[in-house]
Design a protein around this ligand. Structure first.
Ligand SMILES: NCCC[C@H](NC(=O)CCC(=O)O)C(=O)O
Ligand SMILES: NC(=O)OP(=O)(O)O
Length: 316
């Protein structure tokens, strides 16, 4: 496997899931693969979980790790080819990626959607340019349209927690004060479509995700109807794909609350974090025994460790 940017980079999702659970049971059992190898983690946007869990995963594998907040601490990066660089940008992504490749055996990069130009975000302009200029395998730490390490951790969590073979998993839009990318939601859908689950998406009218992801999936604009009988409720805000970047913070009846969870089949609550309490989800729900948010964050380590191990072994 050269790069990890999507579920499409896996040859067999069930084999990866099995490997992740094996690694979780024996996290220090694969250190011979990481010895004398270096992981570089490059952040163009903030992070808590991705930064720490991916670093932890590399350390568990015996790797060395370098982390750089390029977005705030590096030179300002030029992303477009052919630019006369006499303005704000100081270093071209071509040199940046080429140089970092000389210091690292694997590079992770986080580059969020800007939510200004849909075509540009959905072409994964920055990630693609970085990969083109990098000389080593690249792992997405959340790109403009996808967050595969998160979705892999979510898959592990559902596998561990499910009580029936084919659980009902509901991805529900929730309100938020800012415009957020669709990446976490797109990616969750992409992975759940390949898992043995009954997936239902619910969001307000005007907030349908790209058909590229929702094709073949039940999308309901009535949240209560969608939540009926759910075993897992995955809450997430995303800004509009159709009216690109538009928000709807006033739709407070979409907040995941106890009355909403009472519609489910004793459903478990999931969120990738960070979460706005009492906007996306009430304290009562996220603090309840049915909340899986810490388990999800914990599984980020084993998802990342599986991906890094596969890269070190150069297998899909
Ligand atoms: N990495 C997980 C989520 C990252 C990002 N959330 C955020 O930016 C939340 C920020 C805020 O709450 O203002 C997103 O939705 O893609
Ligand atoms: N879930 C997640 O990716 O968290 P961070 O943005 O804190 O890395």
């Amino acid at each position: 496997m050269m790069n990890f940017t999507s579920v499409k980079d896996l040859t067999n999702i069930n084999a990866w899931l099995k490997k992740a659970l094996e690694i979780k049971a024996n996290p220090f059992g694969f250190q011979e693969f990481g010895k004398n190898k270096t992981l570089g983690l490059i952040f163009l946007n903030p992070s808590l979980r991705t930064r720490l869990s991916t670093q932890k995963a590399a350390l568990n594998l015996g790797m060395n790790v370098m982390v750089m907040n390029l977005g705030t601490e590096g030179w300002s990066i030029e992303m477009t080819d052919g630019t006369v660089m006499d303005q704000g940008s100081q270093e071209h992504i071509k040199e940046a990626a080429g140089v970092i490749s000389q210091y690292c055996d694997i590079i992770g990069i986080r580059t969020f959607a800007e939510l200004k130009n849909r075509d540009e975000d959905y072409s994964e302009k920055v990630l693609t340019k970085f990969i083109q200029s990098a000389k080593v395998p690249v792992v997405s730490l959340e790109s403009a349209t996808l967050h595969p390490l998160q979705s892999f951790a979510d898959l592990i969590t559902i596998e561990e927690q499910k009580k029936i073979t084919r659980p009902k998993v509901v991805l529900s839009w929730a309100p938020h004060p800012r415009a957020l990318p669709q990446a976490v939601a797109n990616s969750f859908v992409e992975w759940m479509k390949q898992a043995d689950v009954e997936l239902v998406i619910t969001n307000p009218v005007g907030f349908d995700l790209s058909p590229e992801f929702t094709d073949g999936v039940t999308v309901l604009h009535n949240q209560n109807e969608a939540l009926a009988g759910a075993n897992f409720v995955y809450a997430k805000n995303w800004s509009s794909y159709e009216n690109y970047g538009q928000t709807a913070p006033n739709l407070t009846d979409w907040t995941i609350s106890k009355p909403k969870m009472d519609l489910t089949n004793n459903g478990k609550f999931m969120h990738c974090l960070p979460v706005r309490r009492n906007v996306v989800v009430t304290d009562e729900v996220i603090d309840s025994g049915n909340s899986l948010v810490l388990e999800q964050a914990n599984n980020r380590t084993y998802a990342a460790q599986t991906v890094l191990l596969k890269m070190l072994q150069n297998v899909g």
